[in-house]
Write a protein that binds this ligand. Sequence first.
Ligand SMILES: Nc1ncnc2c1ncn2[C@@H]1O[C@H](COP(=O)(O)OP(=O)(O)OP(=O)(O)O)[C@@H](O)[C@H]1O
Ligand SMILES: [Mg+2]
Length: 438
Amino acid sequence: MSQALQTISSEHRSMWQVSVVLEELCKQCADPTQKPDAELFEQILDYIEQYIERVHQPKEEAYLYRAVAERTAEGAAMIEQFRREHAQSPEIVASLRRQLHRLVKHFPEGREQFHADLESYIALLRTHIKREESELFPLARKVLNDVDWDEIDTAFADSHDPQFGEESKAKFRALLSRIVNEAPAPIGFGVAREGRKDPEAHPVLLSVQDLSSHYGRIQALRGVTIEVRQGQLVALVGANGAGKTTLLRAISGVQKVSGGAISFAGQDITHARPDQRVRLGICQVPEGRQVFGPLTVEDNLRLGAYTRKDADAIADDMEQMYGMFPILKQKFRQAAGTLSGGQQQMLAMARALMGRPKLLLLDEPSMGLAPLLIQEIFNAIIALREQGKTVFLVEQNAHQALSIADRAYVIETGETVISGTGPELLDNEQVKSAYLGI
Ligand SMILES: Nc1ncnc2c1ncn2[C@@H]1O[C@H](COP(=O)(O)OP(=O)(O)OP(=O)(O)O)[C@@H](O)[C@H]1O
Ligand SMILES: [Mg+2]
């Protein structure tokens, strides 16, 4: 994929996160007794003003917009609308800031107007992101030639650019991370943690002790120790090739281990066969989805329940999956292979859940997906957590994974090197510089 589109996509992801935090604050504003969290609001407005308006928008306009508008009439019309939305943003943000100041001073005077304006701004922001990803990007891919892409990508890759370069971006990342860390709910995903019993007090479900594993003479795991308690969401983050997938495969029993031990629900399973582990309740959703392409969505889900015989409960679970992923219901007779990447990921997760696993292993579920879909996948994972399911999540999206995790581990060249609660890791200097880009 083009460097520029990747950059824009990742900026969209950040903005989407900010919009989720903003939404959380907006909900609080609906309550006439709650004074707005002015400081967090100010930080968000700063971020939008400084980053989105001064860095993201100008660069996108100068390169991607310009090129697309030059190539097609359809593009020119589309771009005009996008430019208008960009141009409106500073005035809206300034007005929100003025309203916020007045509101804080004369609370609750002006609350309703502020709430309404904020709500429509969030909607505008999101529609803009969605349409860029779903309409502008595909059109750009279609109409731009290699020379165009060269110019655009070069501009986006120029890390020395005083206005758009790495240094200026670093400042904004720090701001983003503050916003996300101070958000009311974890990353402001809108899910309150209250009401969930403290999973730290639950019994240990999975314990991996000093595990090692080899591919021939290459040692991929060299002393991995992790613990997953019942009802916890535990995240594992690490660079490419660190051994994440190998660890999941070892837990599933499809990767041989050369040392250490794995126990599950108090039982030693270090040498158990994969099918025995499935029966015990361990289910892995592999990297890169792997649904059965020629089979329908519905048949894929049925296959997920192959170890079960309770037909009524299976039908109930199927409905539950359709509730969690409505798109699967719409497409239940369609061949799984015709679904988009994000939909296939949802299907892969739903299929795994149909087996009512006691432990769900997810290998990079957000990989290669657009920001909106990433959000949907994370929302589903949060829903699982809220239902008390036990999930071990491997992710490249360290920020989002750590934000929703009860516990987390960092793996480096086959070793678990840092562990702690999600918030602890988000705040850890080493993690910040290596995995969060701060
Ligand atoms: N089939 C294989 N044969 C030989 N070496 C392998 C094999 N699969 C993985 N490795 C090596 O084992 C190490 C760990 O790989 P693994 O796939 O577990 O990493 P990962 O953390 O999942 O990475 P990614 O983020 O790319 O998915 C890497 O050095 C990799 O090159
Ligand atoms: Mg992997």
